[in-house]
Design a protein around this ligand. Structure first.
Ligand code: SF4
Length: 377
């Protein structure tokens, strides 16, 4: 199939691997900032085919994983209200809040629905004028344009019973926080191709200039990932540092100006907590004052909800590349995909879930007797 088979070609993969092996002379730590790339790396065993000097660190690139616990508790509080029809993508339904998840609300009689687009939720609001329809809008710059379009569409249609619970996060401030960290290990980044298709590559130029760290825009198929790694290692070995686009079939320097215009209209930059990491200044989007009427946090008065994180979970260290998931004492024991302690075990894109699915039988990981579950795919 075009665009799939051609990026799974084993001969081309072998050539790329040979080039990576040939060029690598020293240890390097590369971070991918996208859960889709993490999943692809672990699923295809890419990290195990690389020279042993190259370490891949799985950064905070899974949107479900970095959504803070307090946002989940806000979602649960709203979804439990009798007048609310709460809409979300399916991957958020199993993410645990402090006491339960959205499935729990649904099984208790709450009207929680899975939709495939925020515009489906807008349509639902038109069909159910006596209900308050809320869409759970989380994620990186990738999902934000569709969420922004949803409130624009609701306004155009005169729907006053639609609102958005927003917890968007932005990649560049997270990279900046990682590079400013006193325990920083990463020496080059594989940037998320889909984020760059919206925002362009230019917004990373100041970061490269300031920190002198190579950044390669990378896709998601195995050959995409290998090509991103190859280019990053070549830059590192040459002492170079620039933004390079290895996903040119979807990404341009300036990104998508139409999407950016909608984002600028609907959202404004705000401080945002990242689950497992904590507050990163100016690292998220919230609805701007102009769209205040569509803000579910205000409409349902949940803005002050707070929640402490699990003390057992070490996902913050996983997301910063300080430990591998299997080094967490709870991995595969207290924490499994069916009973996740932290969000990196919930989503298929989370590093802990990927290790559980593909690496749990390896030496040094949890023993078979400690595992009791079949992973949820
Ligand atoms: S294995 Fe579970 S508890 Fe440990 S870091 Fe991952 S999500 Fe957190």
């Amino acid at each position: 199939m075009k665009y799939l088979d051609e990026f799974h070609d084993s001969e081309r993969a072998q050539k790329l691997l040979e080039q990576i092996h040939a060029v690598t002379t020293r240890p390097w730590a590369l971070m991918e900032v996208c859960g889709g790339q993490t999943h692809s790396i672990i699923r295809h065993g890419i990290d195990q085919l690389l020279p042993e000097q190259i370490e891949l660190i799985h950064g905070p690139g899974c949107p479900v994983c970095v959504t803070p616990l307090e946002t989940l508790d806000k979602a649960l509080a709203i979804a439990a209200r009798p007048e609310v029809t709460f809409c979300s993508f399916g991957d958020m339904l199993r993410v645990p809040g402090s006491n339960q998840d959205l499935f729990g609300i649904k099984s208790g009689g709450g009207d929680v629905r899975v939709v495939y687009s925020p515009l489906d939720a807008v349509e639902l609001a038109a069909q159910l004028p006596d209900r308050q329809v809320v869409f759970f809008g989380i994620g990186f710059e990738t999902t934000a344009p569709a969420n922004a379009m949803a409130v624009v569409a609701a306004k155009r249609r005169g729907l006053t019973n639609f609102s958005l619970l927003v917890s968007h996060v932005l990649v560049p401030p997270a990279i900046e926080a990682l590079l400013d960290s006193p325990v920083r290990r990463v020496q080059a980044f594989l940037l998320a191709g889909h984020v760059c298709s919206v925002m362009g590559t230019e917004q990373y130029d100041p970061l490269v200039e300031r920190y002198r760290v190579p950044m390669v825009v990378t896709g998601f198929e195995p050959l995409d990932v290998l090509e991103g790694i190859r280019r990053a290692v070549m830059q590192l070995e040459a002492g170079d540092a620039r933004v390079e686009n290895a996903y040119a079939r979807a990404v341009t320097a300036k990104g998508n100006p139409v999407a950016q215009a909608v984002l600028e209209d609907v959202f404004e930059v705000t401080d945002r907590s990242w689950r497992g990491i904590g507050m990163i200044p100016q690292s998220g989007w919230k609805l701007s004052d102009r769209w205040h009427d569509y803000d579910a946090e205000c409409r349902f008065d949940v803005a002050t909800v707070t929640a402490p994180e699990s003390t057992l979970c070490r996902s913050g260290e996983v997301l910063q590349g300080l430990i591998k998931p299997s080094q967490c004492e709870a991995f595969g024991k207290e924490c499994t995909p069916r009973r996740p302690l932290g969000a990196t075990m919930v989503s298929n894109e989370g590093a802990c879930a990927a290790y559980y699915q593909y690496r749990r039988l390896e030496p040094g990981s949890v023993t078979i007797s400690q595992r009791t579950e079949v992973p949820v795919v």
